[in-house]
Ligand binder design. Structure first.
Ligand code: MOS
Length: 724
């Protein structure tokens, strides 16, 4: 189904099932421990799996000059050792910047250089410790600040509209400030894990992955196998946050290990290995220049961002939101990319906008103060309803102002004292902060297959993943609404590369695109049902397990026949995605308390107001947003990969050293969804919301800390040493 005209009234709009705050249909499986995660499969095909242990490179850059494997080979239980020297020819794959199995060249610290396969985990780990590696260390670049001047301009996300330099220079009120965000780790709960089994020249990998088609494609490419010889299965994912968008070393090495050992092999990356072995969110240095008239209207907006990555990698697109968030005729955005030999950077939790708003929304707070304006009023004054670089291009929906207004009223913003450091609650200095939230709404082709059985049950199959987000549930809701059956009559099967290719879970495009794909397949199935039963599908109503038209009705099950009825389709998005700027908006309000003596910072209250199209399930959507707000606390106050700039590695490579918020750090959180439907986005009229939830949070916290203390911190995380 091609989606190239605004959506009209359709069965989804009945909202009997879609839009309801239903519990997750996969919840009972998870809470009873029956949902199998990648490392837990015990079924027939992997029953005799051996265990693989990954050896990571001990240097960041250079060359392996010798590898002594004999002692490990002779160790108890060892079945095979895989290295680049014996793995056979491997391609790099498309999605990764550097090879997943290094050697003899080493591209980054803890790049996998060997897999030891043994009868059990302890034997594999013990044998791995016996491997001796000699290296010739080469000099590398590990310090973003030191390489900043070598960074090259990147075309992506660049804008030059009007006369930025001239207008900025002449503006009566100006801000020129530089902000930094650190390297961050996804730190999802479930580590990367896979179990692989070969059947002749076919391999199946049960893994933990957000994008099945990307992963299967790259595994085939890397192993130089035809695509149809590779199957990836990832029915449950214990968190991804961008760290599982691609094939990673666990999956590739499980496949190579299983081939070498002649047995299924399971591999999990240990937590201490993950931080340097997998991808991370790259650090940024961001310079923002804002120019405004005394009336508070922005006339010049400039945002430049520097980040680094391995040769051939990409930038952190931290200027993306600045192209679209506020009005202002003269605009400049520019990314610059330095080559660093740190582990590979990539997408993490709203890549681009999340770190970009960490800077931009402090800058807006600083500018409001310079102008003597309230930060909410300042943002409202500079709203735009069109793409500020192209006035002919409207937003499909844009309710930023409503988000700010409703949030301010709900949060008690009028009680904020604009004089920093002026509110006290015993030993605590208290403050309020606000930030706008912005994240683009991406749409991607997505397919699904539906089957109607003779008992009237509907089964949906798509390679869409549920990374803890609620995909199972919203897909079941979509099929139930479209086919007019109760939700417990719908079975959803996800995360298998033998199912139709979906949008996958990334960039907050999954919910809207994948349900729209299911919608398309449902339309086909409705047609097939109507045709089989001799109904005119245009005026047929699907309800209560029946199809009705005029005074005729029939049970859906009748159409299934003994063999069932199958329909498959995908949604393809036309140029509505270009004609309209599609984005999601929100506002975050935060209250913090800072201990006047120790600088300890506690977040006391948080509110998010989101405008993100139709909310398919307010319960799972709220869970997404409060999770994202929690990550925002991490981004503001805790999360930082500490770079050893001499040896080129992240030092704090476990959850003791890499701090994320725990329950005691998370205060009262409230989420409001504005009533919005967006007929431009898809037949579902929905958008993404998960990543919107993190966008702006950290700046709202930093602004609240400033309001509490009067100390402006421009370097994240905002730890107490920086504002004492
Ligand atoms: Mo997202 S960072 O594209 O999983």
């Amino acid at each position: 189904m091609k989606f190239d005209k605004p959506a009209t009234l359709n069965p989804i709009d009945r909202l009997r099932v879609v839009g309801q705050p239903l519990d997750r249909i996969d919840g009972p499986l998870k809470t009873t421990g029956q949902a199998p995660y990648a490392y837990e499969h015990r079924h027939q095909a992997v029953a005799d799996a051996a265990y693989g242990h990954v050896v990571g490179a001990g240097i960041a850059k250079g060359r392996i000059t010798g590898m002594e494997l004999d002692a490990a080979r002779a160790a108890p239980g060892v079945l095979a050792i895989v290295t680049a020297a014996n793995a056979g020819p491997l391609d790099k794959g498309k999605m990764n910047t550097v090879r997943l199995l290094g050697g003899p060249e080493v591209d980054h610290y803890h790049q996998a250089i060997a897999l030891v396969v043994a009868e059990n985990f302890e034997q594999a780990r013990a044998a791995a410790a016996l491997i001796r590696v000699d290296y010739a260390v080469a000099e590398g670049a590990y310090d973003l600040a030191a390489t900043r001047d070598t960074a090259k301009k990147v075309d992506q996300s660049a804008t030059a509209t009007g006369d930025f330099a001239g207008t900025y220079a002449a503006a009566p009120v100006r801000l020129d400030a530089t902000y930094t965000t650190p390297d961050q780790s996804h730190a999802m709960m479930e580590p990367h894990a896979s179990v692989a089994a070969w059947d002749g020249d076919r391999v199946t990998v049960w893994t933990s992955n957000q994008m099945i088609d990307w992963g299967a494609g790259d595994l085939a490419r890397t192993l130089k196998l035809p695509r149809e010889k590779v199957r990836l299965v990832s029915a449950f994912v214990g968190g991804g946050f961008g760290g599982k968008l691609f094939l990673r070393a666990d999956a590739l090495l499980a496949a190579l290990g299983a081939r070498a050992a002649g047995r299924p092999v399971k591999v999990a990356l240990s937590r201490p290995l993950m931080m340097n072995n997998t991808t991370h969110r790259p650090a940024t240095i961001q310079r923002i220049r804002l120019g405004a008239g005394r009336d508070g209207r922005l006339t010049a907006i400039g945002h430049e961002s520097w980040s680094g990555d391995q040769e051939g990698g990409g930038p952190e697109t931290a200027v993306d939101q600045t192209r679209l968030l506020y009005a202002g005729a003269n605009r400049l955005t520019q990314l610059r990319l330095a080559v660093l030999d740190l582990p590979e950077g990539n997408a993490m939790r709203a890549p681009g906008e999340a770190p970009g708003l960490m800077a931009l929304e402090i800058a807006m707070d600083e500018m409001a103060e310079k102008l003597g304006m309230d930060p909410v009023a300042f943002r409202i004054l500079n709203d735009t309803q069109v793409d500020p670089n192209d006035p002919e291009r409207p937003f499909s929906q844009r309710q930023l102002v409503e988000c700010l207004r409703q949030g301010a009223a709900r949060f008690g913003w009028e009680r904020r004292d604009g004089r920093p450091g002026s509110r006290r609650d015993g030993r605590w200095l208290t403050g309020l902060g606000v930030a706008a939230a912005f994240r683009n709404n991406l749409v991607t082709q997505s397919g699904a297959r539906l089957r109607l059985d003779r008992d009237g049950r509907v089964t949906v199959e798509t390679d869409m993943t549920d990374i803890g987000t609620g995909s199972y549930t919203i897909i079941a809701q979509t099929a139930a609404e479209m086919m007019g059956v109760a939700i417990d009559r719908v079975t959803v099967r996800l995360g298998d590369s033998s199912f139709p290719v979906s949008a996958g879970s990334g960039g907050q495009w999954g919910a809207n695109s994948a349900t729209a794909g299911v919608y398309a397949a449902c339309v086909k199935l409705r047609d097939a049902v109507a045709q089989r039963l001799g109904f005119n599908s245009a005026d047929a109503v699907f309800e209560g397990g029946q199809i009705r038209a005029g005074n005729r009705s029939a049970d859906l099950a009748e159409a299934a026949g003994p063999d069932g009825l199958v329909a498959e389709d995908s949604i393809e998005f036309g140029d509505l995605a270009e004609t309209y700027q599609q984005s999601t908006f929100g506002a975050h309000f935060v209250e913090v308390a800072v201990d006047a003596a120790t600088g300890e910072t506690r977040v006391r209250r948080m509110l998010a107001v989101c405008a993100a199209g139709r909310i398919l399930n307010p319960k799972t959507a709220r869970s997404q947003v409060i999770g994202a707000m929690t990550m925002g606390i991490g981004g503001a106050l805790m999360e930082e990969l500490a770079v050893d700039t001499r040896h080129g590695l992240f030092v704090n490579h476990d959850l003791a050293g890499y701090e994320v918020p725990v329950h005691a750090d998370v205060p009262h959180q409230e989420v409001i969804f504005l009533d919005e439907v967006d007929p431009i986005s898809s037949p579902m009229k929905a958008k993404g919301v998960g990543e919107l939830g993190i966008c702006g949070v950290a700046a709202a916290i930093a602004n609240a800390v400033y309001n509490a203390t009067g100390v402006r911190v421009r370097d994240y995380p905002v730890t107490l040493d920086k504002h004492l």
